[in-house]
Design a protein around this ligand. Structure first.
Ligand code: SF4
Ligand code: SF4
Length: 173
């Protein structure tokens, strides 16, 4: 079953109306200090239909979909999914985050994901630094990550079925 844009919005905002503002999502979010709006406020404003406000917050771009908030939510609201959908709506409207480096990271990360369905950490670190014009930013982390086997020079294999899934998603557009 496919949903049109209005139906998607109805589902998205209806889920947010289950929120009773306990704030557990914000208290468990590891990136909250970087955000310009607490996650529970994003959910609250979305439940009120204040779309312009939520689409113009940097929070939706900073959210890393780690799910730390969702596991704490007493109402099982899928906060990361909502953040992702709001970000997608912002992209469709041509909106960008206020902090330029966040947008540069978004472009680097999504560009790399679209190559094989999985990120190549070494490449995104390099590309992001180049986009920032700071090629040696965080260079000291490289040896540490290599030592912990977290950094690989060769890209990972493409996720099985990724191309087909992508084509299907593009057709649904
Ligand atoms: S999914 Fe996003 S909002 Fe939720 S805890 Fe992680 S970074 Fe924060
Ligand atoms: S944890 Fe759930 S119910 Fe509590 S404020 Fe966050 S979204 Fe709302």
């Amino acid at each position: 079953m496919e949903f049109n844009e209005l139906e998607k919005k109805k589902i998205l905002y209806k889920e947010t109306t289950l929120c009773y503002q306990c704030g557990k999502c914000s208290s468990g979010c590891p990136l909250v200090e970087e955000m310009d709006m607490f996650p529970h406020i994003v959910i609250h404003l979305a439940s009120l239909g204040l779309e312009e406000k939520v689409l113009n917050t940097d929070t939706i771009w900073i959210c890393a979909s780690c799910y730390a908030c969702a596991v704490k939510c007493p109402n099982d609201i899928e906060i990361p999914g909502i953040m992702n959908q709001l970000k997608q709506m912002a992209v469709e409207k041509g909106l960008k985050p206020k902090r330029n480096e966040i947008y540069k990271f978004h472009k680097t990360f999504t560009g790399d994901i679209l190559r094989r369905g999985k990120v190549h950490e070494f490449r995104i670190m390099l590309e992001y630094n180049l986009r920032l014009g700071k090629p040696f930013k965080n260079a000291m982390l490289g040896p540490k990550m290599l030592f912990k086997n977290k950094l690989h020079f060769t890209p990972p294999k493409e996720v099985k079925g990724f191309r087909k899934w992508l084509e299907k998603a593009n057709r649904k557009g």
